[in-house]
Structure formats: C-alpha cells, structure tokens
Design a protein around this ligand. Structure first.
Ligand code: GLV
Ligand code: MN
Ligand code: MN
Ligand code: MN
Length: 391
C-alpha cells in the first residue's frame, strides 16, 4: 500500500476521476522512471526491450527465467490497482525473498509492459503483442491516439526506434515461466487470493456510420440521414445479443463533428465483445453487425466495420496452476472476462495469474479497490510462487 501511495498522485484525472495513465504519455513515463528507481534501489538491473517494455533483472537476463510483472498504464479514468498492483507486488515479493536470504538458482525478472489497456492507441497489450509477434510492428506503429499522434511517433519520442520494434525472440527465449499478479475484476473471488484458469475470447470492433451533416433546426425529420440513429440501435443490439454469459459493450461513441445543434455527418462506435469461445464471440458480433447494417440502411446511412483487435480464449497452463495450487495451499481457480499481458504470453511460455480479491467487483473505474490485508496476502503468495519456481 505504501508503494501504491508513492504513485498515488501521478496521473490523477481531475475531470473523469481516478487515473488516466497511457502508454508513453508524460504520466506513464514518470511512472516508468519511478519503477526504474525502485528496482535499481533493490539491486535489480533495469533495461527496456526494443518494444518499450521495461525489465528489471535479478540475475540474467534469462535463460529460463521466472518472470513476473504487469503494467502501469490505465484505462481513461481507471482505478489505482489494475496494473500497478502487479508491479508493486512484484517489487515487494523481491523484498520478501531478499529479506529471507533467498538465492535464486535461475534468473528472476520484473517486467512492466507498455500500453496494456489500449487506452491511448486502441489496441490492448501492445507491448506484449509486439514482443510475441502477435501484432506486426508496422500495424502497431501506425495506430494513432485521439490527437493523431502515432504509436511509432510516441515510442520514438520516448527513446525507442520504431524500426527495431517487433517480435523479440531473445526476450521471449529468456522467459521460462511468467506469472502476473492482478486485482480480480469481478465478484468471482471470495477468498484473498486465487488463480486464473482462463480468459474469455475478446476483441474490439469499430463501426463507422456515415450519413449527412446538417442543421438540427432547419432539416425536416424526413430529410435526414442521421448516423446517430443506427449508432444507437447498435448499442441496444449489443445488449440484446450478449446472452448466456457473453458480454458486449459500447463504452465509446464519437459523433463527428459533435455539436448540439448539428446532425452528425458520421459517428464512430467501438464495440467490445467477449464470450466463452471464438464461435460464440463471433456469433454475438455477427448479430450486432447485422442489426447495425439494417439500421444504417433504414436511415440511408453507410456503415464500415473494422476488427481492431481480437484474441481467442486463453487457457492458462494447467500444470503450472496445479503446481502453484499445491504450494499456495489449494487456492481457487477462476475464469476472467478481462484481458491481460499474461494472456498474450500464455501462447509462448507456461503462464499463470494470481488474483487478489476485489470486494466490490468494480474495476476500470475510480472505485476499484482491494483491501490492504488481501494485497499483503497477494505479495506473500507471489513471493512463495517465485521462490518455488526459481529455487
Ligand atoms: C483490459 O483490462 C481489458 O480486459 O479490456
Ligand atoms: Mn484493465
Ligand atoms: Mn490490467
Ligand atoms: Mn487488462
């Protein structure tokens, strides 16, 4: 909690509440400097990889290292725990191991991945996707933030060379096992600490509805081609389609030009859809798309649909989970609807996640919370995990 308090003033969002910390923005760069200082003070050897992720090594780098960590960026107006809890817990776990005189027989590392939330450039887990080759560097670098600054430009300003970004086999090969500690984000965990079993299939789709910009007062209703109409139908279709455990959300809708007395000429709507498997997720998106197309046609509008990112269901390594469960004393394993860098890493190395109880079930909001005692239990579980894996 003291470590979280250390960064409590960095990136507060006065307008939205909570925190807005985004990949390579001033705030995230300040947090990276803070992390570098904290890790260095602990005798860890800190260096960035060529995709903008930060690594702090105890021995190594690699091979076959035990790696833990998370991210320091947030969603717009996010909470204090999603991301930073995993980073500070990792540093605390190092302290625990150092204090008891533990000497790892394989390298240990704490990693901070860049732009995990996709809150600035639109695609989540950008750092881990780049490192594993899950996104081509050209595609990542071309992503732009709302001010039109590209990820490549932002990376360059932060001291990274966009031309050197992309799949990093050396970094990947250095990781033997990866464990991410994270605050749980629903109400699924009723004891202080749990393990993740799986992540829902999920993705983001952008719907651009185009109509005709015009005067809100002078244009007769029958003369309009208002893209806000099909955009609103999409929102309702998302709710209707998300049945049986599926989730579909419109959390962002941007009318252009966005004036009270202006019929929009176009509207961008972002759909976040998630479900147990690929088939069901695709089915939900197809239903919503069908309704969006019909609604656009009825209003004389056009619609263009772009899949901005997608990932199939992740099943975390069962062997590793069973091993951790035995050293941690039979902790529950639960599926999650939230995406994580661990989900990206899981396709390449045995990966596990430790969850810390979230008493309210609120996340991606300023009210996100975890009790100090539960956070301490998370640190203890992570220290035990690292000790077991690096012994
Ligand atoms: C990120 O936390 C996500 O699940 O969207
Ligand atoms: Mn998140
Ligand atoms: Mn997170
Ligand atoms: Mn996430």
């Amino acid at each position: 909690m003291a470590d979280l308090a250390d960064i409590a003033d960095v990136g507060r969002d006065a307008r939205r509440g909570g925190y807005s910390r985004h990949g390579f923005d001033r705030v995230e760069l300040e947090l990276r400097a803070w992390f570098t200082e904290e890790a260095t003070r602990r005798g860890l050897d800190v260096h960035p990889d060529r995709n903008g992720n930060l690594w702090a090594w105890w021995g190594g780098p690699g091979p076959d290292a035990v790696v833990t960590g998370s991210h320091l960026d947030s969603v717009p107006g996010g909470g204090a725990f999603d991301g930073p809890l995993g980073v500070v817990s990792a540093l605390q776990a190092v302290d625990v191991l150092r204090a008891k005189g533990f000497r790892p027989s394989r390298p240990l590392a704490v990693v901070v991945f860049v732009e995990e939330e996709g809150g600035r450039f639109g695609v989540a887990c950008l750092g881990s996707r780049l490192m594993t080759g899950a996104i081509p560097p050209e595609a990542a670098c071309a992503l732009t933030d709302p001010d039109g600054v590209s990820f490549g430009e932002a990376a360059h300003r932060a001291g990274f060379d966009p031309l050197r970004m992309g799949r990093d086999d050396a970094a990947l090969a250095s990781v033997g096992r990866f464990v991410e500690l994270h605050v749980e984000q629903g109400r699924g965990l009723t004891v202080p600490v749990g393990l993740a079993s799986s992540i829902l299939a999920h993705g983001r789709w952008r719907f651009t509805f185009t109509g005709e910009g015009n005067h809100a007062g002078a244009t007769l209703i029958e003369d309009r081609r208002d893209p806000m109409l099909p955009a609103s139908r999409l929102v309702l279709a998302a709710r209707r389609a998300a049945t049986g455990g599926a989730r579909a959300t419109v959390g962002r809708l941007v009318p252009n030009p966005g004036g009270t007395n202006v019929i929009a000429s176009s509207v961008d709507v972002w759909l976040d859809a998630r479900a147990a498997d690929d088939h069901r997720t695709r089915e939900v998106v197809a239903l919503i798309t069908e309704e969006a197309r019909a609604a656009a046609a009825e209003e004389g509008c056009e619609v263009r649909v772009t899949e901005e990112s997608y990932g199939d269901t992740v099943h975390f390594d069962r062997g590793l989970a069973a091993e951790l469960s035995s050293v941690l004393g039979d902790v529950p394993a639960l599926p999650t609807g939230a995406g994580h860098d661990a989900g990206i890493l899981a396709a390449h190395v045995p990966t596990a996640m430790l969850f810390v109880r979230n008493p309210t079930g609120i996340s991606h909001a300023p009210e996100e919370f975890a009790e100090a005692d539960d956070c301490a239990a998370g640190v203890a579980a992570l220290a035990t995990t690292l000790e077991h894996l690096a012994r």
